[in-house]
Ligand binder design. Structure first.
Ligand SMILES: Cc1cc2nc3c(=O)[nH]c(=O)nc-3n(C[C@H](O)[C@H](O)[C@H](O)COP(=O)(O)O)c2cc1C
Length: 199
């Protein structure tokens, strides 16, 4: 059995929909137990430097998948706050050898999302985590570059999804982006099982 945590920040619900898809994909793998954790439930350390809220869920996780919207070409403040709150854990290298992965959602097709994923990669590397990327070729289900393809945006570092800003999270991001996110969750769960089994 492996524990997978999906940590996300979302202001308007679109990235939350992607986080739910990642969690669905991870939960589809036998032997994976999955918990969704909102950044809002990960408060800053208290005056005794203790981390309350849902931080203990991350302590027992074998893998943590991080996601946020891209804001101003970078990681959103809601997730950045969580990253900074983890600095005490970084000092102890408490997350060393946990598996990590990432996803981001934005309003534009491009929107500078790679910068966001790279922020997440560097954060995971500081913690000594093991990064798992996305194994879907760009345009994975048609090779024609169609907007309905899986991995239509062509990211390998993690999942990139795009949500039209005039649509709510009931329809945006589109279904193929959600399926792309499911694949990342599934891949992380499979990789974590293999990593843990290998001892
Ligand atoms: C403060 C702010 C900054 C944003 N910056 C970008 C950006 O740099 N690139 C982009 O494509 N979209 C940008 N957007 C659009 C959001 O990424 C988009 O609306 C996303 O779906 C919001 O996610 P959420 O519903 O999970 O909060 C920005 C939105 C806000 C509110």
């Amino acid at each position: 059995m492996v524990n997978i945590a999906v940590v996300y920040h979302s202001q308007y619900g679109h990235t939350k929909a992607v986080a739910e898809a990642v969690a669905r994909g991870a939960a589809s793998v036998a032997g994976a137990s999955v918990e969704l954790v909102s950044a809002d439930d990960l408060p800053a350390p208290d005056k005794d430097r203790k981390l309350g809220g849902k931080w203990p869920v991350l302590s027992v996780a074998d893998a943590i998948i991080f996601g946020c919207p891209t804001y101003m070409g970078s990681i959103s403040a809601g997730l950045k706050r969580v990253f900074e709150a983890s600095s005490g854990l970084w000092m102890q290298q408490a997350w060393k050898d946990k598996v990590a992965a990432g996803f981001t959602n934005s309003g534009s097709w491009h929107g500078d999302k790679l910068n966001t994923l790279q922020d997440v990669v560097h954060f995971a590397m500081q913690h000594g985590m093991i990064w798992v990327g996305l194994d879907l070729l760009p345009g994975a289900n048609s090779s024609k570059g169609s907007p309905t393809d899986l991995n239509r945006i062509g990211s390998s570092t993690g999942v990139m999804t795009q949500s039209n800003v005039d649509q709510g999270p009931d329809v945006a991001p589109p279904e193929n982006d959600r399926k792309t996110a499911e694949r990342l969750g599934q891949r992380v769960a499979e990789a974590t099982l293999r990593w843990k089994r290998g001892g």
